[in-house]
Design a protein around this ligand. Sequence first.
Ligand code: GRF
Length: 207
Amino acid sequence: MKKKIGILVSGRGSNMLAIIKASKESTFPGEVAIVISDNPDAPALKKAQDNGVKAIYIDPGRKGAYLSTQAETQYAEVLKKHGVDIVVLAGFMRIIRKPLLSAFPNSIINIHPSLLPAFPGLNAQKQALDYGVKVAGCTVHFVNEDVDAGPIIIQSCVPVLQDDTPETLSQRILKEEHKILVEAVKLLCEERIKIEGRRVLILPQQG
Ligand code: GRF
């Protein structure tokens, strides 16, 4: 049976679209059941709908980094109502707390545009450029109560070029984001991920 995926978005939705497109392949072990945005104007909402996926706005209840507790409870209820097994934060600009974390233990993942634990938080690509690193990249990790800090599932790196701007570096990283996020979702759907403390083990394919 295919796992059901719920995706939370706030903006453009290119990572979301990568998952939706991959999930249309008949061999993909998951299907996208619902997309939810905290931003009514997120281009991601229309992109999901144009691809035949239910996508809704749910009022975040407050401004800032968190959802209100009431709103977060509603997000969890709507995801459960759609039978969601795995929650993907794909450019979702809110920090997740108890209502969602306890509703989906070890089942919420995030994509971050840096090689964590370097450069957590906002503007990670600019942070990397300003620091002067020669290699940058992206990370898919489990979400816990701390920002960009849960166990790491997959990382991918790209070179930083001498004439890079935050935009050109972001573009190079984004291509890798799409690949590793789809791969991590696939592994989770196949139940091939085991968490041992901070380490994430990838189990071999069945059969
Ligand atoms: C991506 O760079 C992602 O890593 C970060 O926010 C951006 C979202 O882009 N968390 P998109 O909405 O998936 O196009």
